[in-house]
Write a protein that binds this ligand. Structure first.
Ligand SMILES: Cc1cc2nc3c(=O)[nH]c(=O)nc-3n(C[C@H](O)[C@H](O)[C@H](O)COP(=O)(O)O)c2cc1C
Length: 170
């Protein structure tokens, strides 16, 4: 027998994660995005990651139509951005108002100050339960390093600084 959704959510909330903003550009070039922590790496050859999006989310329809996304991994100082991009009172594009970002050569929005950017192509979409899984093949990454923003049992935290390690891109 399946467990109750609230208990499942409580249990999964003990699995501490980082926080990302998944961002894309609309056909007219407007940037849009949402906060996502249901994200994991999947494969090294080829490089693949996945994230899961609630099918009720306004962003879901936009992501169904998007060809590319940027995954922006948030730094500890970016909690306000996480809240902003999870806000239901702002639309996916309105969230970018006043936010510092750059367009990647491929055209997706990169948030300034993020720990890492992964810019890639959506290669597969699967509807599973009440969410959709999006599989992305990153084609360019930039790692900056710093303190990560963490999410645990519904609250934010951060972690001691770690060396950024080898910086790479391309
Ligand atoms: C830390 C955090 C992580 C989240 N992770 C996800 C996620 O992985 N998938 C998802 O569908 N929603 C996630 N959400 C909720 C969405 O960000 C939120 O519902 C979003 O604003 C949906 O907006 P929309 O309906 O305007 O697209 C998360 C929210 C927070 C605060």
């Amino acid at each position: 027998m399946a467990v109750r959704p609230d208990l499942f959510r409580q249990a999964m909330g003990t699995f501490a994660t980082g926080v990302t903003i998944v961002a894309w550009c609309r056909d007219d070039g407007t940037p849009a995005g949402m906060t996502v922590n249901a994200l994991t790496s999947v494969s090294l050859e080829p490089t693949l990651l996945l994230f899961c999006i609630d099918r009720q989310a306004e962003s879901h329809a936009e992501l169904r139509a998007a060809a590319r996304v940027a995954v922006n991994v948030l730094a500890a100082e970016q909690e306000a951005l996480s809240r902003r991009f999870a806000s239901k009172s702002l639309g996916p594009a309105e969230r970018f108002r006043g936010v510092e970002w750059d367009r990647s050569p491929s055209g997706v929005p990169l948030l300034r100050g993020a720990l890492a950017h992964l810019d890639g192509r959506i290669v597969q979409r699967e509807e599973v339960g009440d969410h959709s899984i999006f599989l992305v093949e990153p084609e360019a990454v930039h790692v900056q390093g710093g303190r990560p923003l963490l999410f645990y049992r519904g609250t934010y935290g951060d972690w001691a600084a770690r060396p950024a390690g080898r910086l790479s891109s391309g």
